[in-house]
Design a protein around this ligand. Structure first.
Ligand code: PHE
Length: 364
C-alpha cells in the first residue's frame, strides 16, 4: 500500500478523480463518486489508512500530498454539486412554471346561485353599516327557537310557524329545524356583551309547500343592542338597506304595525310596487309588497338572554332571501331555486369572481 503513495502517482490520481467528478451528470452520480473516493471504503480513505505504516519525514510528506488530493477532491465535489443543484432548480422552475398573467376562465368555473349571491349582497350592505356576521345551527332546541324568544309553551304563535319537529335530545329538550333565523339573536345575546350589531344569514324550515312556499328557505336576521338605539335607527337602517339593495333611489317604503312575540313594538316593512298581468314591478306605483318583519327587542327576550333590559335596548329584523332575489333578478318561480337545474343556474347564476361590494357595485 505504501508504494501507492508516490507523489507523481498522486498527481495523476488527483487529475483522474477531479475529472471523473466534473463528468458526473446527476446528483446521484456525484454521490456515487463521493462514496467511491471518500467513503469508508473509498480510494482516498484507503490511501490515508496506509499512512500509518510510514515513518517520520516520509509520513509527513505523503500525508501533506494526500491531503492536497483530498482537498482538491472535496472542492471539486462541492463545485459540481453547486452546478448540478442549480441546473436541477432551473429545470424544476421551468417544469412548474405558472403564468399568473393568464386570464381566468370564468365560463368553466360554474355559477354562484342567486340565493348565495343575494345573501352576499345583503351581507355586504350591512357590513358597510358596521354589522358583523353571526351563525347558528339549523337544528335548534325549543328554547332557542321559541322559548327565549318569548313564545311561552302552548302559545298560538308557535302554531303559526308550521314547525318540523325532530326526536328529543338526550337531555329531553324538544328539537326542531329552526323556523326562522331569530334563534341566532338568542345565541348572540347569550354569548356576547352589548354593544351588539350582527346579521345572521342562513337556512330556515317550515312545513309548507305551494307556489310561494318551499319547506326550506333562507332568511337574514339583524340585531342591534346597545343603550341608545331606538325605532328611528331601525327605520333608517332598513330604508337605506332597501334602496341600496334594489338600487332604486326613491323606492317608496312604509312600516305597518304588526305582531311578533319577541319584539315590541313590532312592524312589517313594505316596498312600493305594481302588480299588473301577474308581474311585480318595484317603484312608486301605488301598490305594496311586504318584505320583512322587525321591531324593538322585547324586554323578556333580553332578560332570557341575561341582558339587563333596564339598561339595554335595540332592534331586530328578519327578512326572507328568496322573494327579494326574485324581485331583483326577475326570477318568476320560487321553486326553480331548488331544482338544481344547471341550465337555469347558467341563466340566473353569477360569475364567481364578481364578489358583491357596495363601493364597486353589488352586481356587474
Ligand atoms: N323571525 C320573524 C319571522 O320569521 C321575523 C322577525 C325577525 C321579526 C326579527 C321581527 C324581528 O317571521
Amino acid at each position: 500500500m505504501t508504494d501507492g503513495i508516490a507523489t507523481e502517482d498522486l498527481g495523476s490520481l488527483k487529475a483522474e478523480l477531479v475529472d471523473s467528478i466534473a463528468a458526473a451528470g446527476t446528483l446521484a452520480d456525484l454521490e456515487a463518486a463521493r462514496v467511491a473516493f471518500l467513503g469508508k471504503k473509498g480510494r482516498l480513505t484507503g490511501l490515508m489508512k496506509g499512512l500509518g505504516a510510514l515513518e517520520g519525514e516520509a509520513r509527513r510528506t505523503a500525508g501533506a500530498a494526500l491531503n492536497e488530493v483530498k482537498d482538491a477532491v472535496t472542492g471539486a465535489l462541492q463545485a459540481r454539486r453547486d452546478v448540478l443543484e442549480q441546473a436541477e432548480l432551473e429545470a424544476r422552475l421551468e417544469r412548474e412554471r405558472v403564468d399568473v398573467t393568464l386570464p381566468a376562465r370564468p365560463r368553466r368555473m360554474g355559477r354562484i346561485h342567486p340565493i348565495s349571491q343575494t345573501m352576499d349582497e345583503m351581507v355586504a350592505i350591512f357590513a358597510e353599516m358596521g354589522f358583523t356576521v353571526a351563525e347558528g345551527p339549523d337544528i335548534e332546541d325549543d328554547w332557542h327557537n321559541f322559548e327565549a324568544l318569548n313564545f311561552p309553551p302552548g302559545h298560538p304563535a308557535r302554531e303559526m310557524q308550521d314547525t318540523f319537529y325532530l326526536p328529543d335530545r338526550e337531555d329531553g329538550a324538544k328539537m326542531v329545524l329552526r323556523t326562522h333565523t331569530s334563534p341566532v339573536q338568542v345565541r348572540t345575546m347569550v354569548s356576547q356583551k352589548p354593544p351588539i350589531r350582527i346579521v345572521a344569514p342562513g337556512r330556515t324550515y317550515r312545513s309548507d309547500y305551494d307556489m310561494t312556499h318551499t319547506p326550506m328557505f333562507h332568511q337574514i336576521e339583524g340585531l342591534v343592542i346597545d343603550e341608545t338605539t331606538h325605532m328611528g335607527h331601525l327605520k333608517g337602517c332598513l330604508v337605506e338597506f332597501a334602496r341600496v339593495f334594489f338600487d332604486v333611489e326613491d323606492l317608496p317604503i312604509r312600516f305597518r304595525p304588526s305582531f311578533f312575540p319577541f319584539t315590541e313594538p313590532s312592524a312589517e316593512m313594505d316596498i312600493g310596487c305594481s302588480r299588473s298581468g301577474g308581474e311585480i314591478k318595484l317603484g312608486n306605483h301605488g301598490d305594496w309588497l311586504e318584505i320583512l318583519g322587525c321591531g324593538m327587542v322585547h324586554p323578556n327576550v333580553l332578560e332570557a338572554c341575561g341582558i339587563d333590559s333596564a339598561r339595554y335596548q335595540g332592534f331586530a329584523f328578519g327578512m326572507g332571501i328568496e322573494r327579494p332575489a326574485m324581485l331583483k333578478y326577475g326570477i318568476p318561480d320560487l321553486r326553480t331555486f331548488f331544482e338544481a337545474d344547471t341550465r337555469w343556474l347558467k341563466h340566473y347564476g353569477f360569475l364567481p369572481l364578481d364578489v358583491p361590494n357596495v363601493a364597486f357595485g353589488l352586481t356587474s
